[in-house]
Design a protein around this ligand. Structure first.
Ligand code: GLY
Ligand code: MN
Ligand code: MN
Length: 428
């Protein structure tokens, strides 16, 4: 992979600054059992290094070392319990660092890479103790500034510099994303064949995640297998209900392949045939999704795809009598929100909700080739839905219908490519 090239690009942007990256922490599942480790995405993007308790430093102005790693040293006794470590010697060679130290030496070795920098780039993480450690280093250097006349006088967040890089995917990254998409496509198609009345939602989840596991991936997020009214709960992950004939089944599941994610939702009738109400809502969501995808084109403002989806959804709900009044006013005052309360998508990449801005204050963010986003409109009509004032009560025949359709879409030079088109969504 192109980690060195990414570091060079970043270093060209930070000039005389020094950037510090912390690996992800180990997360506790219960008592002394931990979740599988998953590296912090910024850290991984720049190093490819996949261990906890590590720090990476980029110091482009330093005379001797520009890329420095702090890692856990080899310790065969500990590794017997907690797994293989690359160690200090091998890390230099394997990860291309100019210098590698044991993580225990961080406080002693770090100042030499900060003292002549004009600023420190650091993203505050969830570990307050580590944030404080970086602040203490900075404070010490600020104290010596008057005597020396140089040193880091500012602490700056890296997001505005690093995240636009992550937002535009390289051909190598796109290869990984295509693989993640293809595996999730297969998983969804198998799940659709497998799902039938009488089965439990968790069985469908197991079928999906079986495909993920067989193909060397892990779920990108907790899989949502929501039958019937459960589909109206956006983050339903209990997956415990027994599915009934006549239900719709909403499956929102994606996988992570070598750290790159896919994110697909399909909703279909479990016994093969929509009711009239289900079909009416499904047709609106599908039209909304196609209209939104049509707006994915380089140069178009990001938000245009959401606006297109909202318009189609409002038109559809007006036609069905689920909304009433002037379309422009309903859109402007967001009176559709009891039915459609989320955005139409997000960036996708190393994080499922990937980094990068969606707009620059009042200025739109225009799409660029290489960006990948999800397009995922939905309509949700729970039995407890509360229409806004002046809107009609919902007839109970609509209750319990929840539909979302989600694809992963790459912005290309001439338009877009749907990476997840292999899962059918047309009404048969
Ligand atoms: N499954 C998470 C999302 O669709 O954003
Ligand atoms: Mn999703
Ligand atoms: Mn999504």
């Amino acid at each position: 992979m192109e980690y060195a090239e990414r570091r060079e690009r970043l270093m060209a942007k930070i000039g005389k600054g020094t950037a510090i990256f912390r690996s992800a922490p180990m997360a506790v599942m219960h008592n002394d059992v931990e979740y599988n480790f998953r590296q912090d995405s910024d850290f991984f993007y720049l190093t490819g290094f996949n261990e906890a308790e590590a720090v990476a430093v980029l110091a482009p102005h330093h005379e001797a070392h520009r890329f420095i790693l702090f890692v856990q040293p080899k310790d065969l006794e500990k590794e017997t319990w907690t797994g293989y470590r690359v160690g200090v010697e091998a890390a230099k060679e394997r990860f291309g660092a100019d210098e590698v130290y044991a993580i225990a030496e961080l406080d002693e070795k770090l100042p030499q890479y900060l003292e002549k920098a004009d600023r420190i780039y650091y993203r505050f993480g969830r570990d307050k103790a580590f944030n404080d450690r970086i602040l203490r280093h900075w404070q010490r250097l600020l104290a010596t500034y008057p005597k020396k006349g140089y040193g880091p006088i500012a602490l700056e967040d890296l997001a505005p510099i690093l995240h636009p890089m992550r937002q535009v995917k390289s051909p190598a990254e796109l290869e990984l994303m295509r693989t993640a998409a293809a595996i999730a496509v297969d998983a969804h198609n198998r799940a659709r064949d497998f799902a039938q009345p009488g089965r439990y939602e968790y069985e469908v989840q197991a079928e999906i995640e079986h495909t993920f596991g067989l193909r060397g991936t892990v779920p990108a997020y907790p899989s949502i297998v929501a039958s019937g009214a459960n589909a109206c709960v956006l983050h339903y992950t209990e997956n415990t209900r027994q599915m009934q004939s006549g239900d719709l089944l909403l499956i929102d599941a994606g996988c992570s392949y070598q750290y790159y994610n896919s994110d697909i939702t399909r909703t279909f009738p479990i016994s093969g045939k929509f009711t009239a109400e289900q079909q009416a809502i499904y047709e609106i969501v599908l039209r909304a999704q196609l209209a939104a995808i049509a707006e994915v084109h380089p140069g178009n403002p990001y938000k245009q795809n959401h606006d297109a989806a909202v318009r189609v959804i409002v038109e559809g709900l007006l036609d069905l009598g689920l909304l009433q009044g002037d379309i422009e006013e309903i859109i402007k005052e967001e009176k559709y929100k009891p039915f459609y309360m989320h955005r139409t998508g997000h960036w996708l990449g190393l994080d499922v909700h990937d980094v990068g801005v969606y707009q620059h204050g009042e200025t739109p963010h225009n799409l660029e080739p290489g960006q990948v986003l999800t397009v995922e409109p939905g309509i949700y009509i729970s039995s407890y839905i509360k229409p806004v004032e002046g809107q009609p009560e919902v007839d109970p025949r609509w209750h319990g219908i929840g539909i979302r359709i989600e694809d992963d879409v790459l912005v290309t030079a001439t338009g877009h490519e749907i990476l997840t088109a292999g899962v059918p969504k047309a009404i048969p």
